[in-house]
Design a protein around this ligand. Structure first.
Ligand SMILES: CC(=O)N[C@H]1[C@@H](OP(=O)(O)O)O[C@H](CO)[C@@H](O)[C@@H]1O
Ligand SMILES: [Mg+2]
Length: 557
C-alpha cells in the first residue's frame, strides 16, 4: 500500500485502541460482547468489510446487532457480496485483525493479507459498504466506528442505511450486486407483491375457508416491530397486530429466542389472545417462531423453525409434484433436486417426518453460515434452525427453467394447474429472502401456505408431535476446550466426556443428547431429547453436571 494509505490507517487505528485483556472471535454470527467493549472491534471489522469490497469489486454489508442477546450487548457481522454470511476463509483474518492493538502490527497484517488474497491496494481502489444497525442504544456510536474503519481504506465509501433489520441489509447487498433496485421501499414492494401473487393462486375451494385472517406478532421490542408496521400497510389479505414494537426492553421476556427456549407467554400477550395465531421475531428480525396461548396457563404451544421448515417443504414438494409428476423429473433433461438442511437441534420428530415425506435431509453444525452453504447445493434447498432462522434457496438454473416452463404454459392454454404451480414457485422465490433467513418473508409465506391448505395453526401443528426436549447452558472456565465433530453431535475433547455422556444417555429410552460450545455466549449448551419431559429434563441436568465436572469452575485442570 502507498504512503498516504499507510498514514491514514496508522492515524485512524491509533484512535481505536483495544480494551485491555479482551480477546474476541468471529463466532457463530460475527463478534458479540458487551457494547462498551466493541468500538475497536467494529472499527476493525469496518476495515475488513472495505477490503472485502475492494477484493470482490462488489457491494458488501456491515450489520451492527447482537440479535437475541440482551440490550446492553452488541455485535458486528459482515454480509458478503452474495448477501450471505462472510466467506468463512476470511474469519481467521477477522480474528487476528480485531485483536491487533498496535497500529503497526495491524498495518503489517493488512499488507500480508492483501498480498495473499490479491487485494489491489496499490492502485486506485474502489468499494462500497452498506452499513446497518438494529435499535440498540449503542448502535449509533458503533456505526461511527464502523464508518471510520470503512473509510480508512482509500476509495471505499460507507453508505449508512440507518436502522434496518439484518435480513433487509443482506437483501440490499444481494440486490445491489445483481444490479437490481435495492431501497427499503423496493424490499417492501417485492415482499408485498409476491405475497399478493401467492394469494391470487390459492385454490378456489380454499379461498373462503375459515382461516383467521389475523396474526399477532411479537416484535421483541426490536427493529422488527417498527419495520413490520410499514410492511403490513401494503398487505390487503392479512391483518397483522404488532405488539412489543420497541417501547419495552429489547428481548426481555419477549422475542423468538425467549419464546422458543422458555415456552412461556411473552410480555404483551395474555388471555385475550387465546385462539389466535401468534408469532415472535427476534431482536434483529431474522428469526421467526409461531405459538398459541394455552387457556388458564402461562404456557404456550410452540410451533418452531422445524415446523415452519416442514410446512415449506410440504408445500414446495406439492407444487413440484403438480408441475413435474411424482418422480420429480421436470423433463427429460432436468431433474430438480430438493434438499432439506437441519442442525442437531432439530427435533428428532421433524427429521423423521421429513424423511417419511421422501425428502433428502442433511445436517450441518449450528449457524446460518453452514446451513446456507449446504442448502445452496440443491435446486431448491430449504434450511431452518429449530429457533426459527431459515429460508429457501433456488438455484439460478432451476429458476431459469421455471421461467421458461411458465412461458411455454402461457402460450398453450388458459392458466392450467401446472402453470399455477409454476407461478406459485416463482412467487415463493421472490417472497422468500434468498440472502438470509428473514422473519418477514417467512411470516408471509407461512400465512400464504396456511391459507392455501385451508389449515388452522392447530392443523399445521399436528403434522407431527415434537419429542420432549430440553436445552441448558453451563458456564465453564474455558468453553473453547470443547471440540466437537459430526455436525456437533460428538465431543472429541476433552477426552472421556463423550463416553460419560453416552453412558448417561443410555439410561433413557430413546434418549438423545449432545453438547457444544456456544458461538455467541460464553457457555456450553446442553441439548437432550427423551420420551417424556421429565426424562429430557433429568438427562439434561445429569449431563450439565458432567460438563461441570469435566470443565467447570470447581475443576482443577
Ligand atoms: C442453540 C441455538 O439456538 N443457537 C443459536 C445461537 O448460536 P450459538 O452458537 O448456539 O450461541 O445464535 C446463533 C446466531 O443467532 C444461531 O444461529 C444459533 O442457532
Ligand atoms: Mg437474529
Amino acid at each position: 500500500m502507498n504512503e498516504q494509505q499507510r498514514s491514514i490507517l496508522l492515524h485512524s487505528t491509533s484512535c481505536f485502541p483495544l480494551p485491555p485483556g479482551v480477546k474476541l472471535s468471529y463466532g457463530t454470527a460475527g463478534f458479540r460482547a458487551d457494547a462498551s467493549l466493541l468500538e475497536s472491534t467494529v472499527f476493525r471489522v469496518g476495515i475488513l468489510a472495505a477490503l472485502r469490497s475492494v477484493q470482490t469489486r462488489s457491494v458488501v454489508g456491515l450489520m451492527i446487532t447482537a440479535s437475541h442477546n440482551q440490550a446492553s450487548d452488541n455485535g458486528v457481522k459482515v454480509a458478503d457480496p452474495s448477501g450471505g454470511m462472510l466467506s468463512q476463509h476470511w474469519e481467521p483474518f477477522a480474528d487476528t485483525l480485531s485483536n491487533a492493538g498496535d497500529p503497526n502490527t495491524l498495518l503489517q497484517l493488512i499488507d500480508d493479507f492483501a498480498k495473499k488474497e490479491k487485494i489491489p491496494l496499490e492502485g486506485a481502489s474502489e468499494g462500497e459498504v452498506l452499513l446497518g444497525r438494529d435499535t440498540r442504544p449503542s448502535g449509533e456510536f458503533l456505526a461511527e466506528a464502523a464508518k471510520q474503519g470503512i473509510t480508512s481504506i482509500m476509495g471505499v465509501n460507507a453508505t449508512d442505511m440507518g436502522v434496518m433489520t439484518t435480513p433487509q441489509l443482506h437483501w440490499m447487498v444481494r440486490s445491489r450486486n445483481k444490479g437490481m433496485e435495492a431501497s427499503e421501499n423496493n424490499y417492501y414492494d417485492q415482499l408485498s407483491t409476491s405475497f399478493r401473487c401467492l394469494m391470487e393462486y390459492i385454490p378456489k375451494g380454499n379461498r373462503n375457508f375459515n382461516v383467521n385472517d389475523k396474526v399477532i406478532v411479537d416484535g421483541a421490542d426490536g427493529v422488527g416491530g417498527e419495520k413490520l408496521e410499514i410492511l403490513k400497510k401494503l398487505l390487503s389479505d392479512l391483518s397483522i397486530d404488532v405488539r412489543n414494537r420497541g417501547d419495552g426492553v429489547l428481548n426481555e421476556g419477549v422475542g423468538a429466542d425467549f419464546v422458543q427456549k422458555e415456552k412461556i407467554i411473552p410480555r404483551g400477550f395474555g388471555p385475550a389472545d387465546v385462539g389466535f395465531r401468534c408469532a415472535s421475531l427476534d431482536g434483529d428480525a431474522d428469526r421467526l417462531v409461531y405459538f398459541s396461548i394455552e387457556l388458564n396457563s402461562n404456557k404456550i404451544v410452540l410451533v418452531d423453525g422445524d415446523k415452519i421448515l416442514s410446512l415449506f417443504a410440504l408445500f414446495i414438494k406439492e407444487q413440484l409434484n403438480i408441475l413435474t409428476g411424482e418422480d420429480g423429473k421436470v423433463n427429460e433433461s432436468y431433474q430438480a433436486r430438493l434438499g432439506v438442511v437441519q442442525t442437531a437441534y432439530a427435533n428428532g420428530a421433524s427429521t423423521y417426518y421429513l424423511k417419511q415425506l421422501g425428502l433428502e435431509v442433511v445436517f450441518t453444525p449450528t449457524g446460518v453460515k453452514y446451513l446456507h452453504e449446504k442448502a445452496s447445493e440443491y435446486d431448491i434447498g430449504i434450511y431452518f434452525e429449530a429457533n426459527g432462522h431459515g429460508t429457501i434457496l433456488f438455484s439460478e438454473s432451476f429458476l431459469c427453467w421455471l421461467e421458461g416452463r411458465n412461458n411455454e404454459l402461457t402460450s398453450t392454454s388458459k392458466c392450467s394447474e401446472q402453470q399455477e404451480a409454476a407461478l406459485r414457485l416463482l412467487a415463493v422465490s421472490k417472497l422468500i429472502n434468498q440472502a438470509v433467513g428473514d422473519s418477514f418473508s417467512g411470516l408471509l409465506l407461512v400465512e400464504a401456505i396456511l391459507k392455501h391448505m385451508g389449515w388452522s395453526m392447530f392443523k399445521w401443528n399436528e403434522l407431527y408431535h415434537d419429542l420432549p426436549s430440553r436445552q441448558l447452558k453451563v458456564k465453564v472456565v474455558d468453553r473453547t476446550a470443547v471440540i466437537t465433530a459430526n455436525a456437533e453431535t460428538v465431543v472429541v475433547r476433552p477426552i472421556g466426556i463423550q463416553e460419560a455422556i453416552n453412558a448417561e444417555t443410555a439410561k433413557y429410552p430413546h434418549g438423545r443428547c449432545f453438547i457444544r460450545p456456544s458461538g455467541t455466549e460464553d457457555v456450553i449448551r446442553v441439548y437432550t431429547e427423551a420420551i417424556s419431559q421429565e426424562a429430557a429434563d433429568s438427562l439434561a441436568n445429569s449431563v450439565a453436571t458432567l460438563v461441570d465436572q469435566f470443565l467447570g469452575f470447581n475443576t482443577t485442570k
